[in-house]
Ligand binder design. Structure first.
Ligand code: APR
Length: 233
């Protein structure tokens, strides 16, 4: 079975109603990114950072996967699929994708601020408990924080993701401006010569050759790509 890696970014969830970061009106136009999404920001004002992610968690509970998420999940009927996402939402999983690697963490999880990647301190939040209250503690007694990779922090899953990309027979890139590293550098792990498709309504500068651009939104783009891929299978 051919292996596909689907590398996604905020544009994947745009049609579900979740705003992207760098489009006009995007999240980073509304919020000071280094105050709400960086390690220094957390150290300076954990209550503000938790409030920012509490808002995004509440928004996530009110939206649904879009057709693009569903079509990515349906690729598993014909291919071995790994989704490598920069998104912290759970829309790929809710659409049925069974192998999702979150490079930048998961909005519906919280963790210790002393030992954030220790599985025994990671807890799952849900609709009933979706807020982290000021001063709320993790299981190790430290302040409870979002299970999110803040700017200035390492990306623990990058090696796993690079390994997946290096094994792919087909690479699909959807809804990312490829601005943020190390995620953006994953494209360079693709075996030379494999088909690479990039779905985005706007042109995206990607420094590799042989990319087939599908200049559409995630849902329409995946409709077109699914036709292409199933025709050759
Ligand atoms: N369908 C597909 N792509 C879309 C759509 C859509 N409907 N709408 C917008 N896009 C595209 C934009 O054209 C842009 O190329 O999605 C991309 C979004 O880019 P960014 O906002 O930069 O988001 P992303 O690339 O995921 O950012 C990477 O930056 O702030 C950090 O941690 C954050 O994971 C995020 C990382």
């Amino acid at each position: 079975m051919k292996q596909i890696v689907v590398l996604t970014g905020a544009g994947m969830s745009a049609e579900s109603g979740i705003s992207t970061f760098r489009d006009a009106g995007g999240l980073w136009e509304k919020y000071p990114v280094m105050q709400v999404a960086s390690h220094d920001g957390w150290e300076a004002d954990p209550v503000l950072v938790n409030q920012f992610y509490n808002e995004r968690r509440r928004e996530l509970l009110s939206v649904r996967p879009n057709r693009g998420h569903e079509l990515v999940a349906q690729l598993e009927r014909l291919f071995k699929v790994s989704v490598v996402t920069q998104n912290v939402d759970n829309l790929h999983e809710r659409a049925g994708s069974s192998h999702v690697i979150h490079l930048h963490g998961e909005l519906m999880k919280a963790t210790s601020s002393l030992d954030p990647n220790n599985p025994q301190f990671i807890e799952t939040l849900n609709a009933e408990h979706c807020n982290i209250a000021p001063g709320q503690k993790a299981k190790d007694g430290s302040l409870l924080r979002p299970f999110i990779v803040f700017f200035q922090e390492a990306v623990p899953m990058i090696e796993t993701a690079a390994e997946e990309v290096s094994k792919a027979n087909i690479l699909i890139i959807i809804g990312t401006s490829l601005n943020v590293y190390p995620a953006a550098g994953l494209v360079h792990y693709a075996k030379p010569g494999i088909p690479i498709y990039l779905i985005d309504p706007k042109p995206v500068s990607v420094r590799i050759n042989g990319v087939t651009f599908i200049q559409k939104g995630a849902s329409d783009g995946m409709e077109e790509l699914t036709q292409l891929l199933t025709a050759v299978e």
